[in-house]
Design a binder for this molecule. Structure first.
Ligand code: PAF
Length: 285
């Protein structure tokens, strides 16, 4: 596995792969990898001739007062974990990605105003900008994104469509701990008690999904039910949102007639956790 730290090295490497006719799969990450990341890497490994992973804690997607400074990092462990499946890992530093004078950003409009966009202004502008840069540098055929970050996946998918990029965006299923808690690098912030309590997030989402499948049409009833379940957890500190949205527009749905996604963002201790569940209405309705 090649470890490439400069943009020039990465571009040259991927150009050579393309000249050799090899199909490139790409998994962008911020490191501190877990089984969720590994599932994306393994899928890319299966579906492509070469897999590139990037590890870059992107400063421009963190807001003031967020966890940029303490975001967990362990490059050595990350490299060991992915080595069997990966041809090259791109590990630039911030000055390589954002040299002095950098002023160009990508805005994906309406899709970034709801959900996490409301609570983390500028976050998706930072995500879209870095992902576009990474796609230009790595030039992959396929790029893999986990659906835990559902809004991120839809934002990237839209950017790729709107800007006519040639890459195919592949959404991948959420990987969970045994308790049901969605895997996240930020789970490391949780104490054992908070980690145990946070299992309520997935349980509440499953209950919400059941409400819809059992015929509940009013989103407010579903979100109230979910919020009341979340509030049974002692370590719940704050709920940012519980929302039932259209999967494509990410706008709130009041009366549920079609497929929806239910999303949660909530703090357990100091960790802001997000999770979601897709609800496909039965075909006969
Ligand atoms: O999901 C992440 O880890 C990040 O938002 C991403 C896509 C690597 C961009 O920094």
């Amino acid at each position: 596995m090649e470890i490439l730290r400069s943009i020039d090295e990465m571009k040259t490497y991927s150009k050579k792969l393309h000249v050799d006719g090899r199909k490139i799969g790409f998994v962008p990450t911020m490191g501190y990898l877990h089984e969720g990341h590994l599932s994306l890497v393994k899928r890319s490994h299966q579906e492509n001739d070469a897999t590139v992973v990037s590890i870059f804690v992107n400063p421009i997607q963190f807001g003031k007062g967020e966890d940029l400074a303490c975001y967990p990092r362990d490059e050595k462990r990350d490299l060991k974990m992915i080595e069997p499946f990966v041809s090259a890992v791109f590990v630039p530093d911030a000055s390589e990605m954002y040299p002095e004078g950098f002023v160009t950003f990508v805005e994906v409009g309406e899709l970034t105003n709801s959900l996490c966009g409301r609570f983390r202004p500028g976050h998706f502008r930072g995500v879209a900008t870095v992902v576009l840069k990474l796609l230009n540098i790595v030039n992959p055929d396929m790029a893999y994104f986990g659906k835990k970050d559902y809004q991120q996946f839809r934002v990237i998918e839209r950017m790729v469509r709107d800007l006519n990029l040639s890459v195919e965006i592949i959404p991948c299923e959420i990987i969970r701990e045994q308790s049901g808690l969605a895997m996240s690098s930020r789970n490391v912030y949780l104490s054992d008690k908070e980690n145990g309590d946070a299992a309520v997030i997935h349980k509440a989402l499953l209950d919400g999904k059941n409400d819809v499948l059992n015929g509940e049409k009013y989103s407010s009833k579903v979100t109230n039910h979910i919020e009341s379940l979340l509030r049974t957890a002692e370590s719940l500190k704050k709920i940012d949102y519980v929302s039932v949205v259209n999967p494509y527009t990410l706008q709130d749905v009041d009366t549920i007639e079609d497929n929806v996604v239910i999303l949660i963002a909530a703090y357990f201790g100091n960790a802001r956790l997000i999770d979601n569940i897709e609800v496909d209405k039965p075909a006969h309705e």
